[in-house]
Every structure is written in C-alpha cells, then in structure tokens.
Design a protein around this ligand. Structure first.
Ligand SMILES: Cc1ncc(COP(=O)(O)O)c(C=O)c1O
Length: 374
C-alpha cells in the first residue's frame, strides 16, 4: 500500500514511537500523579518530558501550559468552549475545519454567540487587514486554520496574530496541518491546538493544547487530577485544571518520541516533503483532465494536494486508487466552506509525509494517468 493520507493521520511513524508505547505497556505499571511508587513516578516523568518538548516547539512559557488532549478536535473544543461567553463574536477564516465550525455553529444556532466567516483574497489568503477591520467591541476570539487540509495553503498567521493583538483579541491557531513542519513558535498565537498523530508523528488518540500567557480556559471536564484531593472543587492551576482522569500514558510516551524526532529533523523533513510535493503537483498538472485546487504557486503550502479527474466523482477516483493499493481521501475532508469557495463539490486529496518516496509519487502519478484514461 502506498500511503498518501498523512493529512488524516501520519503513517508510518518512527519505530521509536511504538517501542516507547509498548515499553509503557510492558514495563511501567503506574498511573502518573496517582501514587508515590516507582511506576507512578516513571509515568509522571514521561508526561513531563512530553510537555517540555511541546513547550520548546511551540514557544509557550512553561511545560504546565501544555495540556494533553484526545486529538486536535478535543484541543479546539477545550479552547473554544472554555474561552467564550454569551454575547461574544468570533471571527474565523473561510478554510476552517468542522472541528472549529461545529462547536462554534452550535453556540451560534443557540443564539449564544455570533460567528463571522471572513473572506480571503482571490489567492485564498486571509489578509491581516481584513481581520483588523472586522474586529469590533464584541469580538472575543479569532480562530485561524494555519494551513488548509484541502489546498495546503499556509496563512500569514504571524501577521494575523499581530493584527489581533493590536486590538486585544486572542488568536486560536488550528495547527492540525502545520504542527511538525512549520515554525509554530514564531506565530505567537495565544492558544495552539495540535494533533499528536499527524505531523508530530505520535499515535492516534493524542493531541495538545498549548496556552500562551494569560490564557486560562474553563475546563470541559472536571474530576480527579491526582492533586488537591482534599478539595471537592477542580484545581485552578494548570495543567490539572484541564486534565481530569487518567492520561493516555502509552500514547503520550509515543508522542514524546514523535516530537523528539520532529525537533531533530524538522528542517530536513520540511525540505524533503516540499520537494516531493513539487514533484507530485507538477506531475498532476501534466495529466490532461486533472483540475488542481492548490492556489497560487508562490504561496507557502504544506504537502497536501487536492484535485479532481474530469468526469469522475472524487469518491470514485479515491476508490479506483484504493484498488491500485494507493491510500488517498476523496470527498469534502470535513471542510465544506473551503470546498464551497473552491467550487469543487469535493476532491481527491493526496497528502505526503516524511517517509514517502519519489518512487511512490511516480507510481501514484502513473495510477492517476491510467484512471484518467478509463
Ligand atoms: C485543519 C484541521 N483541523 C482540525 C482537524 C481535526 O484533527 P483531529 O482528527 O486530530 O481531531 C483536522 C483533521 O484532519 C484538520 O485537518
């Protein structure tokens, strides 16, 4: 199988990821923060190491500002639901994933908040001045999809963060497609939601919410934290405030190794993936009947390329590739607004990772050519 669905979850992972996970299952019999015995303490050190590495990558001030979540959706929900109040207005880009839009639209439909979708320029980029002009007295949050999971276009997040900060509005960055390859720290976002299982190369069931100075969302869930057990009330301090119940220790042990790998190889990985993307994009552009949805060539992109084959539904094309043992994703990719903006009606998405090869890209291009001639 040629795996080109890294935007959904990365595969394969560095071997040390699964080694660390089975190491926890086989050798560490303790629940972090729930006891003073060796296993519980060893588990606690694993959590701490993962927080330190994530803080280093995202630039947040202190490991306690890194919150373990189930996935990026959970991190986004924690940030959104824990920050907003009735009467607030939220600004979002046209490229948001349903992980952002559904919690927001739930509140919007209940009459609790208003949501404004800001229009991009003709290139698919959200101008910082559009954000600045849209901010009004009720604007409480701006949410930005750092890179689209459909077009791959990377937004000018640093400038958008500055525009927000000039008007005192926090920026929540959805780094689902950029965590692991982009320089997240340079954005200076106030809250950063990341999946552990995509570009950070950890296992599914992991995600992180990294909180900038002054950000203290209300908890989504309350319960045992292993701390302040004498109190019937949720602790106010981070990370306990936002982490109730037993952690996914095997997953976090794997994620620690994924982040270590990323910190060691990020620059080389990004360069390699960009070269593969250029090969894939150019090859698709040369196949007659293929329409690409990737926006301007001079914009920054993550290695995601979406396209359609003339006369073929995207689901049919993805099935035809699957029959040739190539994994891609067809349809709307949980991002209907950007597909509406593109006028695509759905597309086939090929997304690359650090372990794909030129040979795999060439095999994929041959398969698309063959399918386009059916
Ligand atoms: C832009 C974007 N945001 C959020 C998510 C949700 O991520 P997760 O599957 O980790 O919940 C995805 C997943 O593909 C995504 O592409």
């Amino acid at each position: 199988m040629i795996y080109l669905d890294n935007a959904a979850t990365s595969f394969p992972k560095p071997p040390e990821v699964s080694r660390a996970m089975s190491g926890v299952m086989e050798k560490i019999g303790g629940n972090p923060g729930r006891g003073g015995h060796a296993g519980a303490l060893a588990g606690g050190r694993i959590l701490e190491r993962c927080r330190e590495l994530a803080a280093e990558y995202t630039g947040v001030q202190g490991p306690e500002r890194v919150i373990f979540c189930l996935n990026c959706t959970d991190a986004l929900n924690t940030a959104i639901r824990g920050t907003l109040h009735a009467g607030d207005e939220v600004l979002v880009s046209h490229a948001e994933h349903n992980a952002v839009m559904r919690p927001l639209m739930g509140y919007h439909d209940a009459g609790k908040i208003t949501v404004r979708i800001l229009p991009p320029d003709e290139r698919g980029l959200l101008p910082p001045q559009t954000v600045s002009q849209a901010i009004g007295p009720k604007t409480a949050l701006c949410v930005l999809c750092h890179a689209s999971n459909v077009t791959g276009i990377v937004q000018s997040a640093g400038e958008i963060a500055r525009a927000c900060h000039e008007k005192g509005v926090p920026l929540l960055l959805d780094a689902a497609q950029t965590a692991g390859t982009e320089d997240i720290a340079s954005v200076h976002a106030d809250m950063i939601a990341m999946p552990g299982h995509k570009g950070l190369l950890g296992p599914m069931g992991t995600g992180l919410l990294c909180l900038g100075d002054g950000m203290l969302p209300r908890p989504l869930r309350e319960g045992g934290t292993g701390s302040a057990s004498e109190s019937l009330r949720q602790p106010a301090m981070l990370p306990d405030r936002l982490e109730s119940g037993t952690a996914n220790l095997p997953g976090i042990a794997g994620l620690t190794q994924g982040i270590k790998f990323v910190l060691r190889h990020r620059a080389a990985m990004a360069e390699y993936e960009q070269a593969l993307r250029a090969r894939l994009r150019e090859g698709l552009g040369n196949i007659s009947g293929v329409t690409l949805y990737d926006g301007p060539a001079d914009a920054a992109h993550v290695p995601v390329v979406s396209f359609n084959i003339r006369g073929m539904d995207s689901g049919q094309a993805a099935d035809a590739l699957n029959e040739r043992k190539i994994a891609v994703r067809g349809g709307l990719h949980c991002a209907p607004s950007i597909h509406a903006w593109l006028g695509s009606g759905g597309a086939v998405r090929a997304s690359l990772g650090p372990f794909n090869t030129e040979k795999e890209v060439d095999s994929f291009l041959s398969a698309v050519l063959a399918i386009s001639r059916l």
